[in-house]
Design a binder for this molecule. Structure first.
Ligand SMILES: CC(C)(COP(=O)(O)OP(=O)(O)OC[C@H]1O[C@@H](n2cnc3c(N)ncnc32)[C@H](O)[C@@H]1OP(=O)(O)O)[C@@H](O)C(=O)NCCC(=O)NCCS
Length: 167
């Protein structure tokens, strides 16, 4: 799956080197610093074959990463969304989120994600994009911090019709 949005090119993660690159910029920035994630731990998440993993590329540079979990209880779970720290705040996250939602809403009426209680900018970002707070998971990743579960919905499961893809 390839998608060209303005100058941003969104495609599946290709190899371990790309996963390393993304893991390195993430581990060196918030919220992963406060959450005490090492680059290796993030690398493992980006390399999980059970997930749909994408990168965003601009001018031949990988500038963002996206991990979706399209199965299980919270089908349509956006596990990870990250833009390189030097590129944040210029609309790339909104494009990667739009791509994630297009993918999720083909098969589920719900998009779920967690955001850390201290990550106020990301909370504002998701609120702006129509996400609503469902609940708070206290002491979930680290002691003394919460993860806030958010949801954006197209309606009840029983009235949802998944898109049938011919590939
Ligand atoms: C959250 C994130 C994906 C948003 O992507 P982005 O490209 O920075 O966002 P956009 O440019 O599309 O939108 C900007 C909005 O996001 C918010 N934002 C979130 N983090 C920001 C940052 N570090 N710098 C600037 N704006 C940020 C701002 O509130 C801004 O809203 P405004 O336009 O009303 O001022 C990105 O900032 C990021 O990777 N942050 C670190 C990782 C993270 O928090 N991921 C989400 C947790 S699951």
């Amino acid at each position: 799956m390839l998608k060209l949005m303005d100058k941003l090119f969104i495609r599946p993660l290709q190899n371990a080197a790309e996963a390393r690159l993304c893991a390195d910029f993430m581990a060196a920035s918030e919220p992963w610093l406060t959450l005490n994630f090492s680059a290796e731990q993030i690398f493992q998440r980006l390399s999980n074959p059970q997930r749909d993993v994408y990168v965003a590329e601009m001018e031949n540079q990988v500038v963002g990463a996206l991990v979706l979990h399209l199965d299980g209880v919270l089908n349509g779970y956006l596990q990870l969304l990250a833009i390189h720290p030097d590129q944040r705040g210029s609309g790339l996250g909104a494009q990667l989120l739009a791509f994630a939602e297009e993918r999720i809403f083909q098969q589920s009426p719900n998009a779920f994600l967690c955001v850390s209680d201290f990550n106020l900018r990301a909370q504002k970002f998701y609120e702006h994009h129509g996400y609503q707070r469902i609940g708070e998971l206290s002491d979930f990743l680290v002691q003394g911090r919460s993860e806030i579960l958010l949801r954006k919905t197209k309606g009840p499961l029983r009235s949802f019709h998944p898109v049938i893809l011919n590939h």
